[in-house]
Design a binder for this molecule. Sequence first.
Ligand code: DC
Length: 226
Amino acid sequence: MNKPAVICLDGPSGVGKGTICLLVARNLGWHILDSGSLYRLTALKVSRENVMPDEECIAMLAKSLAVEYREDGGNLEIYLDNEEVNQLIRSEEVGVLASKVAAMPAVREALLARQRAFLRSPGLVADGRDMGTVVFPDASLKIYLTATPGERANRRYKQLKEKGIDVNLANLTEDLQHRDQRDMNRASAPLKPADDAIIVDTTQYNIDEVYSIVMKWVQKRIVTVT
Ligand code: DC
């Protein structure tokens, strides 16, 4: 039997991958993998437990995370140890720690099988940094979304403000630059487009425009083969 199809949406922080991923998955009726949430959940767990700041201990913790994803009408609710943690894992503090644990090869390895297990019929829309390069190298469609750091910081700022989270744009820009550096320069699965990815620079576009560009590729590559 053929494996279900995968659409990979990779790119740096704050580019809008999560929103596009939800919209595409909702439109197709497919499942979602928000892979960054697994690194964020690991970071949250690390900050809560008295674990040794040692790569192997953190990898063990990542492997045994008690996580549940509930897809509810196209929305994604995330539970850690039976507690709903959607807001908690989105804090900048957790994001910074997530970027550090994501640089650890043993942690990435520990989360690999868990990410691949999200692939179920009728298909998966996966967002992250290495969906197309490492996790789903045979994906039917790989899109790499990008935008200037200034634009991404502005988008993240607006998004957090709308959620009532108090943030400072200068701090956010600095954090984002550090995170970009860490994500792009780490030895294990660094952030970069897959050789066969379609690169979309979203700096000049709003979310509706990005969505319609992505859906054109989906129609071209996926709808015609399913
Ligand atoms: O997309 P996000 O901001 O929720 O990701 C949180 C951190 O996890 C970010 O620093 C990059 C890292 N990450 C990763 O290394 N690989 C992925 N597939 C997804 C996220």
